[in-house]
Design a protein around this ligand. Structure first.
Ligand code: IVH
Length: 715
């Protein structure tokens, strides 16, 4: 590197300094891109640090000369858009929740039934604290740490390898005997003492104060500058694994013991329990120590100990059947309801929000709580029954000025669970729910049988239009990197993006450098490079899979799963659009075909058809489709021998339980039905099969034994 030595820096004239800052800035940006986006650095961390130090020294000598969007401004700005993505080789799952003792015995009962265990067969289940941090996957090859990735959406996370290497609890190399490939997973967290000391330092330096240890841990791990991570006291507990070439034991407990041998910290409170009583006793023991552990935990995780049973139990959507998180009860505090505001959602729903006198609940400052809808404010729950201890005749409503109890459970939005009527100010009046939209003034109507009042303004309502755009760019939809909710709002305010198609014409309107966007101040996160990056990210999404497009439209009731069902059924956009238009005739065939999709009911179907019947939506769609190439959609797991097939299991199965057979078949893309018809493709018949087998034979449906079926699905 041809750098002027450090001591000569102060000899530079202002012009020379400006030129040098520019040169260094470009060089740093170049290395940032290699490191964060391409994961292929050309220089060592030490050399990179030297570049940065030089830049900072020069900047300190000439305050005001450094470009506003230079490297110093970029540190800590929206790091999620700067880390390279890592696709997890085994998905990082979440856990189902248990909130009561009853939920725990149901969990154990489900396992026993699924595995078809005899009443006297014991099920060993481990119990360990649920650490309130963020999960991290560490890949070791031949015992050396090669990659660290955050959970992200479970499928794709962020590459934080350099940062993870600075964490003392994470071994760079494993000790003892280990398989050639092993992904250790666990939780990064911060202790209470370290958290308080960090916040004290942050405050003294005039820097951001963290709300809780979890946020501090996340913020510290996801730093662009590994030196910052290194200076933050992060810790790590190992408790799980991803891709492995082999396992060091055949039980959960055994693998965790191996983690300890390899040099990891494992939680000392993990225990192997037999049965529900034992689990609950250990849960209470952990709960009793919660306040003195020195780090945050939010429950106890139970896991079936035998790994062969874990494998048989498998997963339901994103969570394992063999594990569950038994959460600690929610935390509560008392405060004052200062105001009730109305927010307008993507589908026009008017949602009341409580503005509270800020109060700390379980370590987090709470100043808003959800109020759901007008009935909830009046004192009635979703089932129409009185809540907060009121009666149908004397409901307990909420009024501005009331003293209320707020409850917070984990990441759930805080709720108001009680009102102290004795403290109600005499002048407090019942809340009048608005009958017009506070954003656009259109009528807000509540349809029969609906709890929600909706603005009828459609896309003329700015709130609805913005919310739809936010949804359009959200993760399961177009997922445009660098264009999140915040940017959508800013672009809306400037009048740059008013409908989805506008996103794709930004570049043509602003030029490839995005000069207008650059003019947004750097405090809003835009530098010279980021406009170009944004255009690149937008261009990447001009080719879009049909299911993402359908989901992105933000049609009421159409979530990611139903969007996928629709996309699979109709295959391409032209067919989908034509079919939805034709389905407006509820007597016709298109409507019947739509309802025939397994998982599509009248409400969803009606919402889709209505969406297409709206001329405003058609205009938006036409504009948008001109910008896109929509990819066709294939049926799921089309490489599986049974995908798309309808299967019926009948008689006694000997190698697996019914539940297990069904789950496996569905995971391979088959549909499992309870009765045999012309639509049935395969009947798997065990001993004792009766009428269903007979019917299959009559209809000429393929019949196979359990062994033949197993050979087919594992082949
Ligand atoms: S096991 C397949 N064990 O909880 C099961 N998770 O709600 C993988 N977590 O994403 C998770 N402590 O970040 C497991 N002792 C523990 C845990 C734990 C905290 C977190 C983890 C996971 C989340 C699921």
């Amino acid at each position: 590197m041809a750098n002027t030595p450090e001591e000569k820096l102060d000899a530079l004239t202002a012009d020379e300094a400006r030129a040098e800052l520019e040169r260094l800035g470009a060089e740093i940006a170049h290395h940032d891109a290699l490191y964060h986006q391409q994961d292929a650095p050309e220089i060592s961390d030490a050399d990179y640090d030297a570049l940065r130090r030089r830049y900072e020294a020069l900047e300190a000598l000439h305050p005001g000369l450094a470009p506003k969007d230079g490297p110093s401004a970029r540190v800590g700005a929206a790091p999620s858009e700067k880390f390279a993505k890592v696709r997890h080789r085994a998905p990082m799952l979440s856990l189902g929740n248990a909130f009561s003792d009853g939920d725990v015995s149901e969990f154990v009962g489900r396992i026993r039934r699924f595995l078809n265990l005899k009443d006297d067969e014991p099920v060993a289940i481990t119990a360990e604290p649920k650490i309130d941090g963020l999960s991290l996957s560490l890949r070791y090859e031949d015992g050396a740490l090669v990659q660290a990735a955050t959970r992200g959406d479970g499928t794709e996370g962020e590459n934080v390898t350099t940062n993870a290497r600075t964490i003392h609890d994470i071994p760079q190399v494993l000790k003892g005997e280990f398989p050639p490939v092993f992904e250790v997973r666990g939780e990064v967290y911060m202790s209470h003492a370290d958290f308080e000391a960090l916040n004290a330092r942050q405050e003294a330096a005039g820097q951001k104060i963290f709300a809780n240890p979890r946020n501090a841990a996340a913020g510290s791990l996801r730093q662009l500058d590994p030196a910052i991570t290194a200076a933050r006291p992060l810790r790590f507990f190992a408790y799980s694994w991803g891709e492995v070439s082999s396992l060091p034991a055949d039980t959960q407990m055994g693998v965790v013991r191996a983690f300890a041998d390899w040099g990891f910290q494992v939680n000392p409170l993990m225990e192997r329990c037999d049965g529900v009583e034992d689990l609950l006793a250990h849960y209470r023991a952990i709960e009793a120590q919660r306040a003195t552990l020195g780090y945050d935990i939010d429950g106890v995780v139970y896991k079936v100990d035998r790994l062969d049973w874990q494998a048989r139990l498998g997963f339901v959507s994103r969570a394992p059947r063999w594990a569950i998180a038994h959460k600690f009860p929610a935390e509560r505090a008392t405060t004052i309801l200062n105001a009730i505001d109305i927010q307008v959602g993507r589908t026009g729903s008017l949602t009341p929000v409580a503005r509270l006198e800020p109060v700390t609940v379980g370590g987090v400052v709470v100043s808003n709580a959800t109020l759901h809808n007008e009935d909830y404010i009046r004192g009635f729950g979703g089932d129409g029954l009185p809540i907060r201890g009121g009666t149908a005749e004397a409901p307990v409503d909420l009024r501005v000025g009331d003293t209320v109890t707020v409850q917070r459970a984990g990441d759930v939005i805080p709720q108001i669970v009680a009102v102290d009527i004795s403290k109600r100010p005499p002048a407090a009046k019942p809340y009048q729910f608005p009958s017009t939209c506070p954003e656009c003034g259109s009528h807000a109507v509540r349809e029969d049988g609906e709890a929600v009042r909706r603005c009828t303004g459609g896309l003329i309502c700015p709130a609805q239009a913005v919310e739809r755009l936010k949804h359009f760019v959200s993760r399961g939809a177009f997922d445009i990197e660098g264009l999140g909710a915040k940017q959508v709002e800013a672009f809306w305010d400037k009048g740059w993006v008013r409908e989805p198609a506008d996103i794709f014409t930004l570049k043509a309107r602003f030029g490839s450098q995005g000069s207008e966007i650059q003019r947004l101040s750097s405090t809003e996160g835009w530098g010279s490079k980021s406009a170009e990056n944004l255009f690149a990210a937008i261009d990447e999404r001009r080719v879009i899979p049909l299911d993402r497009l359908i989901y992105g439209l933000g049609i009421r009731h159409v979530g990611e799963t139903s969007a996928r069902l629709l996309a699979r059924r109709y295959g391409d956009w032209e067919n989908f659009e034509a079919s939805m238009t034709a389905a407006a005739d509820r007597e016709g065939e298109a409507w019947a075909t739509l309802l025939d999709i397994d998982g599509v009911g009248e409400i969803l179907a009606g919402a889709v058809v209505e969406f297409f019947a709206e001329s405003q939506n058609r205009t938006l769609l036409n504009n948008l489709l001109r910008q896109l190439e929509v990819q066709h959609m294939e049926a799921a797991l089309s490489d599986s021998a049974v995908s798309g097939k309808t299967v019926v299991f009948t008689g006694t199965l000997e190698k697996m339980t019914r539940a297990e057979a069904k789950a496996r078949a569905e995971a391979l893309g088959a549909k499992v039905s309870g009765s045999v018809s012309k639509k049935t493709d395969i009947v798997v018949a065990g001993p004792g099969a009766g009428s269903k087998l007979k019917k299959a034979e009559e209809l000429g449906v393929a019949v196979m034994t359990e062994d033949e079926w197993l050979a087919l699905v594992s082949g």
